[in-house]
Design a protein around this ligand. Structure first.
Ligand code: ADP
Ligand code: MG
Length: 245
């Protein structure tokens, strides 16, 4: 493991207008580490991870990705998005492109790979999420679970060092949640750095090195799963878990 953290927040704050959505966040995620972020709706989880790849910009403090400061400038955004892949709750696939094309468009346009090479990489990642046989289909021809697996493959195709997941299973019907979590568990085993917002506590218990609990714009507690689930020193964490477990 490298000594330079994969992602580091140093006293990061963010406002929407006068509303302070992130308050003085400090968090360091090591290369290869898997961190699960949970907490009540509206606590700032999406904003936190969207700041990493600059889908949102922070107002104060510093965010570093593999030691390089993310400052929101145009060349910086391009660089950081090549290092950081993201999977969204609503999949966000391009509806007019096939699964394979969804996976090759950014590598061809952004990484400037030859189409054939991008296709080979895409098929490898589609196979990794067990959906290579659906490569020619359009999103509307796929189930939600299949679409989300294509979205994961698409993010992997940028060969990012860090993967962000924002509630990747919460838009799925219950019977499809397992197939997506299953893929994510196997990714976690492959040594990728993962920061995952989810309320799937079984997943958190199985793969997380640490679990961070957010409330009202702050990280209230960070602990190993063993500690998090058995020894909640924090009352807000306890109240949250009693609602979802
Ligand atoms: P979570 O993902 O934990 O549910 P979010 O990061 O989405 O929380 O949102 C945190 C807070 O910021 C919420 O109160 C939300 O209403 C507010 N918020 C999120 N996005 C915006 C925005 N673009 N403009 C103004 N307020 C926002
Ligand atoms: Mg959210």
């Amino acid at each position: 493991m490298s000594h330079v953290p994969a992602v580091e927040f140093r006293r990061v704050s963010k406002r929407y207008g006068s509303y302070e959505v992130l308050k003085n966040i400090d968090l360091s995620v090591g290369a290869g580490e898997r961190v699960v972020i949970c907490g009540p709706s509206g606590s700032g989880k999406s904003t936190l991870i969207r700041c990493i790849n600059q889908l949102e910009t922070h107002h104060a403090g510093e965010i570093l990705v593999h030691g390089q400061r993310v400052d929101g400038g145009p060349s910086d955004i391009r660089r950081v998005r090549q290092m950081v892949g993201m999977v969204f709750q609503q999949f966000n696939l391009y509806p007019h492109l096939t699964a394979l094309e969804n996976c090759t468009i950014a590598p061809v346009l952004v990484r400037r790979l030859p189409t054939k090479e991008a296709q080979e990489i895409a098929m490898r990642h589609l196979d990794r999420v067990r959906i290579a046989d659906q490569a020619g289909k359009y999103p509307h021809q796929l189930s939600g679970g299949q679409q989300q697996r294509v979205a994961i493959a698409r993010a992997l195709c940028m060969e990012s060092k860090v993967m962000l997941f924002d509630e990747p299973t919460s838009a799925l019907d219950p019977e499809m949640i397992a197939e997506v979590l299953d893929v994510m568990v196997r990714l976690a085993e492959s040594g990728l750095t993962m920061i995952c917002v989810t309320h799937e506590m079984g997943f958190a218990r199985q793969v997380a090195d640490r679990i961070a609990f957010m409330d009202r714009g702050q990280i209230v507690e960070v602990a190993s799963p063993a500690t998090f689930f058995t020894d909640q020193s924090n009352e807000r964490t306890r109240a949250f878990l009693s609602q979802i477990l």
